[in-house]
Design a protein around this ligand. Structure first.
Ligand code: 4NP
Length: 203
């Protein structure tokens, strides 16, 4: 029977993977030496996706990481971000995004833009698009059996009253504040969702 939750699905995949010859090879090589069996089983990988990977998705990456570290220390979550377009590959986040984020205590300076790669659909358990346009592009690029990993980020925060994070690139400074407001709200909601799921799962 298909697991009904994200964490349930992650555990099922890890269970299958850890029984595979590849996993036994890496275990022998010591690659997973530092991670407890329980942490490895529950490790979750989340990818945030926008168009250029210099404004919205890197903001979501740093904000989600900070909120998860503060509010859900029991969850083991890897985060990353990418763009559906390659206009800014290798570039640091937009200076306006960085400044707005810094004023709220988030440091984006180490991030560099990249494009979504085919392997991302295998590596990440959850692939969160900032808007419908990028959701459509992701769905078109992903194999059929990975479609269920692709969602809208704001789906997890229905109380925000909107389902998309608007593109701030060609707008004024308010757009960058709006991105942060939406992303902070959705990151909190996603962390709370994952915590509830974790608590509801049998150990
Ligand atoms: P992002 O914003 O998708 O939030 O990173 C954009 C960045 C660059 C462009 C468009 C949107 N651009 O057209 O170069």
């Amino acid at each position: 029977m298909a697991p009904s939750s994200l964490i349930g699905a992650v555990r099922e995949r890890r269970r299958r993977k850890s029984a595979s010859p590849g996993a036994r090879f890496w275990a022998r090589r010591g690659r997973i030496r530092h991670e407890s069996h329980e942490a490895a089983r529950d490790r979750m990988r989340v990818l945030f996706v926008c168009l250029g990977n210099i404004c919205r998705s890197p903001t979501a990456e740093v904000v989600f990481r900070a909120i998860a570290a503060r509010e859900a220390r029991d969850l083991v979550i890897d985060t990353d971000s990418a763009g559906t377009a390659g206009y800014h590959i290798g570039a640091a986040p937009d200076a306006r995004s960085q400044q707005a984020a810094r004023r709220r205590g988030y440091d984006m300076s180490a991030l560099r833009a990249r494009v979504v790669a085919p392997e991302d659909f295998e590596r990440f358990d959850l692939i969160l698009a900032m808007d419908r346009e990028n959701l459509t592009v992701l769905r078109r690029r992903a194999p059929r059996e990975r479609q269920d990993r692709i969602r809208l980020f704001l789906e997890f925060a229905p109380d925000l009253g909107t389902s998309e994070v608007p593109d701030p690139y060609y707008g004024g400074p308010n757009g960058f504040e709006e991105v942060l407001d939406l992303v902070e709200g959705a990151a909190r909601a996603l962390v709370a969702h994952l915590r509830r799921e974790r608590q509801a799962q049998p150990v």
